[in-house]
Design a protein around this ligand. Structure first.
Ligand code: C5P
Ligand code: MG
Length: 168
């Protein structure tokens, strides 16, 4: 068996006065995800999925919130650091898929920009990361009706051993 898979999930409240960063890209919106780092839920779910596939625990173990250096940090830097650790175990990304849940903003127009930002950074081809967007029909995630706005992301990552890799 040469493939490994992992799942990841993350959610953040959307609050005013924060940049809305998704997949490392700034989205034009008046509020943004609350969090210790930039609160990027797509990147956080990808990190957890990748660490899960590699058997390396979770994001909180690798990047503890108690560590002041995480404060305000660009999450894509954490993704790169996590992927570098994963690569030390002779694994590399086969493909990743994510669903981002948000009533607002409409994220479809940013799909290609986010995809290429992530794939360029990770050194893989564009088609290896797929992004999907879903509304929540005014519900907080997962099912409780409420007024607080959230953004959430589910991700799955498949890793393969280098010996088994075809092309990038
Ligand atoms: O959630 P729903 O099925 O209504 O979403 C329909 C389509 O709208 C999605 O498949 C996606 O392409 C787009 N969408 C988006 N940004 C969101 C939510 C949905 O672009 N925040
Ligand atoms: Mg819908």
């Amino acid at each position: 068996m040469n493939n490994r898979v992992g799942i990841g999930f993350d959610s953040h409240l959307l609050v005013s006065g924060r940049d809305f960063i998704l997949g490392g890209i700034k989205i034009d919106f008046p509020s943004g995800p609350q969090g210790h780092s930039d609160g990027d839920p797509l990147v956080h779910s990808l990190i957890d999925a990748m660490l899960g596939a590699a058997g390396l625990g979770d994001i909180g173990q690798m990047f503890p919130e108690s560590d002041p250096s995480i404060q305000g940090r660009n999450s894509t830097e954490l993704l790169l650091e996590a992927y570098n650790r994963v690569k030390l175990t002779n694994l590399r990304i086969n493909n990743a898929d994510a669903t981002i849940y948000a009533d607002e903003p409409t994220l479809g127009p940013y799909r290609k920009t986010i995809q290429s930002n992530l794939t360029d950074m990770l050194g893989i081809t564009l088609g290896r990361i797929n992004l999907k967007f879903k509304t929540l029909e005014g519900l907080t995630f997962p099912v409780t009706p409420g007024t607080r706005k959230v953004i959430a992301s589910h991700a799955i990552v498949s890793l393969e051993f280098n010996d088994n890799a075809q092309n990038s």
